[in-house]
Design a protein around this ligand. Sequence first.
Ligand SMILES: Cc1cc2nc3c(=O)[nH]c(=O)nc-3n(C[C@H](O)[C@H](O)[C@H](O)COP(=O)(O)OP(=O)(O)OC[C@H]3O[C@@H](n4cnc5c(N)ncnc54)[C@H](O)[C@@H]3O)c2cc1C
Length: 436
Amino acid sequence: MATVDDDLTPRPSLPGDLDVDVAIVGAGYTGLWTAYYLAGADPTLRIVVLEAEIAGYGASGRNGGWCSAFLPLSVAELARRHGRPAALAMHHALVSTVDEVGRAAAAEGIDCHFAKGGTLTLARNGAQLARLRSEVDAMASFGLGDDSVLLDAAAARARCGASEVLGAVYSPHCAALHPARLVRGLAHAVQRRGVRIFERTPATAIAPRMVQTGQSTVRADVVVRATEGYTPRLPGLRRAVAPVYSLMIATPPLPPSFWDRAGLAHRETFMDGRRVIIYGQRTADDRLAFGGRGAPYHFSSRIRPSFDRDPRVFAALRRSLVELFPDQADLLTIDRAWGGPLGIPRDWHPSVGLDRARGLAWAGGYVGDGVATTNLAGRTLADLIRGVESDLTRLPWVGHRSRRWEPEPLRWLGANAMLRLAALADAQEARGRGKR
Ligand SMILES: Cc1cc2nc3c(=O)[nH]c(=O)nc-3n(C[C@H](O)[C@H](O)[C@H](O)COP(=O)(O)OP(=O)(O)OC[C@H]3O[C@@H](n4cnc5c(N)ncnc54)[C@H](O)[C@@H]3O)c2cc1C
């Protein structure tokens, strides 16, 4: 947000009761892409977006900027649940979505630093390499060998000069972008299409064809819930998704001497094969923006601004970054640090849908893969709401419903135990290569 070049003064709040065609709750990528494509397809629709804070306040303004064709479920897992053709259709839709984000941003003059350099998953111990090999084999068995290419150690290091690299998987389907520039620019683009955005307007309840705010009521033919990690705050939705925090750090701009050795010449995004996910990008102004999950799940799905900043997690992130680039550790200071909640459904399966009879639509549950997926969700919701049957509305995530999370304290115990186990397994694998 410090580098968006936008006036962050909140837009006016909802002034009173309204009757509209579509009311969207949440001005992140999901809500704004939905408004964007709906208004583009039918400029006569009366569309409003209600946002509790300001546009981009949530994960959309704070993420790692990986605009990728990844989902939290592998293609093999999607095929197991929905069949091979549906899994392939979903994968191809996401691949083209990466380009659609770049196209739409360019068309709207949104300078979000979009650079499609692909993405690298580094193997830095034998166990990671074995896992990556089997993922590549699985992709090849779906005829997707070009989407997931195994690089040997030399080829991997030529792209990313991190330490102890034994190999990597490269996928071309990822762009690095500046997340907050995209979401703030999108809000302006949506307004240019005639959509009204009301900020500092928290919805206190969503009901069929109705949104309640503190003072007012918005009646709409369709209400879209686009609240992702914040969803549990709404009445009746406490167990819909678990808000799990991802935290990030950014270095100051790094000198050319750093990049001569670190590479990432095409701004490839990067992670390694560990289970407790880390993710990095070289920003357009030559910083390393680097994040990871690892922060605890908070009891009762609580969300608080103070959870965005956990000094222990920031320090652990810096240690991981230094481990990746140990020769230049003194350059890797923390210039900025932040975080935010993402939304995890019980079965890790994102979904988009419309209950026409009740006039309620939703999209979300992207876990940590929402930057591109939200665009696909927005286009799909635009078709669903307008009653258009299309390839998008036939994708397997349409209408999917995850079961709810367990009540507390089981949710807290389960979520944090999973995290602890994943961290232990990573440590064990790292010890296997003779280091911690
Ligand atoms: C630190 C971090 C890093 C990430 N990195 C990546 C990445 O590199 N690549 C990737 O693909 N994904 C990443 N993600 C996930 C991705 O950012 C999200 O999946 C995506 O932004 C979700 O967009 P959204 O619009 O659905 O939700 P959000 O952006 O969270 O927007 C929801 C909006 O709804 C508003 N809201 C909530 N409740 C109400 C209410 N009651 N009334 C009115 N408004 C309300 C919120 O204020 C918020 O603005 C990351 C997430 C985080 C937190």
